[in-house]
Design a protein around this ligand. Sequence first.
Ligand SMILES: Cc1cc2nc3c(=O)[nH]c(=O)nc-3n(C[C@H](O)[C@H](O)[C@H](O)COP(=O)(O)OP(=O)(O)OC[C@H]3O[C@@H](n4cnc5c(N)ncnc54)[C@H](O)[C@@H]3O)c2cc1C
Length: 419
Amino acid sequence: MQTGFATRPALVFGATGTDDVVAAVSHAAGAGLPLGVQATGHGVPGDWEGGVLISTRRMDTVRIDPGTRTATVGAGARWGQVVAASVAHGLAPLNGTAPSVGAVSYTLGGGLGILGRTFGYAADHVRAVDVVTADGVPRHVTADSDPELFWGLLGGGAQLGVVTSLEIGLVPVARLYGGALAFDGREVDPADVLRGYERWTRTLPDEVTSSLAALVYPDLPQLPPHLRGRYLLLIRIASTGSAADGERLVAPLREIGPTVSDTLHEMPYAESPAIHGDPDFPHAYYGDNVLLGELDPAAGAELLALTGPAAPSMHVVQMNHLGGALARPAANAVPYREAGWLIRILSPLDGTDVATLRALHAEAFGLVAPRALGRSLNFAFGGNDRPQDLYDPETLKRLAVLKATYDPANLFTYHHGTP
Ligand SMILES: Cc1cc2nc3c(=O)[nH]c(=O)nc-3n(C[C@H](O)[C@H](O)[C@H](O)COP(=O)(O)OP(=O)(O)OC[C@H]3O[C@@H](n4cnc5c(N)ncnc54)[C@H](O)[C@@H]3O)c2cc1C
């Protein structure tokens, strides 16, 4: 949960079902108050005060139909619940790295998951959306019933209504070859790790999804000794191929230099959250990102140097290799399919103010700007300052028409996508 920004609503509806959501939307619309939704509070867009907030926390049912490989996911369900329910049937959802993240909002923002290059964005696998629009009307929206609204809800984020549940397709994945290789950035040159990793990604089949993370772990006694105070570069991998193919594919990465740890192994899908080990405790953070056509390793290395141990405060950099099924066109508003890379910077708000972090992020993203296409909605944390480049102009225009049709009074303002 994000604790860096304050949400101070005038009224909170603890919704238990669609009727409560309809009542909350009708109340906010009638009173002329802005309306926000919160499932987990991970994606708080910024400081927000005085409106009506719907908490969907209690609407967390997950139903699996193994015959049609479908999960019906309530608005408050977290990925951990959906994964647990799916693996019982030898199936997997297109979840992200953290079990504590809300499945619905993640999917509305596109959803870049650990199997992204094999199966595409989570939004590409949605079969139906149940949503309450600003007029208080509950709608069951499919690609057949209302293709334009269906298109806009998936990728458009939270700006068109309150989603009460999603029907999502599951994939027949019961196991993975995956884990992380960790290099000490003070022993192996980070530029060499990045160069080796980028070169390696050019050879990969679509069954491999991976990313590079770089961070200085704080010197805290709660952390295991092999992490404390270390500057680590972690290459995280999830492959749906066999363990033998995985071992063969990762061989060039193991030659980059000595590793601090190497957790690559075959695992049941239920174990996959261990690949990234995202924090599951509340904390304060500011984050931004850029989608690139290609990654220039020299510019990427400069970005690592700026955000690494010499930086005045801590930053977590992630470079996600895209392409594969993520590049396939789909009937939704997830933009920038041509992007080859996503670079994210997440900066804890541990005494450093947002303005200072914004300036550092601008400098860092400026280094890779010549290849920039835009930004990803899901990785804009507390950064509601320039929503325009979250979409290409054509997608932005189509979303604006939907917004004018379904929310002309701009009731839904509690998200990063409101221009
Ligand atoms: C630790 C961590 C790991 C992450 N990993 C990934 C990842 O691997 N891939 C990825 O794509 N993203 C990832 N994200 C980003 C995440 O998908 C977004 O922040 C997402 O919006 C969080 O949703 P939430 O429900 O947990 O948060 P919330 O703060 O509850 O909601 C976030 C936004 O969605 C809106 N919203 C929530 N529920 C609804 C609803 N029912 N209807 C309409 N709008 C709604 C809210 O109003 C708010 O604007 C990660 C985030 C964190 C904190």
